[in-house]
Design a protein around this ligand. Structure first.
Ligand code: MN
Length: 150
């Protein structure tokens, strides 16, 4: 796992986002951040702690909250674990410029992981229960589907 792409996109003298490093912990967590960019568009950043980084997807419509729902989730660069607590303003001219708020956070239990699927359980305030991420073979590689199973 590497944070090179994350570091390359950001100037840490200008953004308050953490530089971070790959960091393995015993208890894994997830975070969802509501991200409103300067052009007024809203998406949700869905991040799962896996192998010392936050695997990250941008979910335009927000994560599914009801069993049986699914959402498009576009994979973006891995983020450092320190990003779990980040909220605030990313300044104009910086990557992702706009406002970031924590929408949900909590424990994460990975049930099964393959090259194109992850099954997991979330223990957040808003997101609870069994979810999965799946990369359909007919989709563009960065495009995944996020399901709420129950
Ligand atoms: Mn974002």
């Amino acid at each position: 796992m590497s944070l090179k792409k994350y570091w390359a996109k950001r100037d840490f003298k200008r953004t308050a986002e953490p530089k971070g490093k790959v960091l393995k912990t015993k208890e894994h967590r997830f975070v969802v951040q509501e991200h409103r960019t300067l052009d007024g568009r809203l998406h949700y950043d869905f991040r799962l702690e896996i192998e010392g980084v936050l695997k990250s997807w941008a979910v335009p419509k927000g994560p599914p909250e009801k069993a049986g729902e699914k959402r498009l989730a576009v994979q973006v660069e891995d983020h450092p674990l320190e990003y779990q607590v980040f909220h605030g303003v990313i300044p104009e001219g910086q990557y992702g410029a706009g406002k970031v708020e924590i929408w949900d956070v909590g424990k994460l239990k990975i049930k099964e992981k393959t090259a194109n699927s992850i099954r997991f359980e979330l223990f957040g305030k808003r997101l609870k229960g069994s979810f999965s991420l799946f990369q359909p073979p007919t989709f563009e590689k960065k495009n995944w589907l996020l399901f709420k199973n129950n």
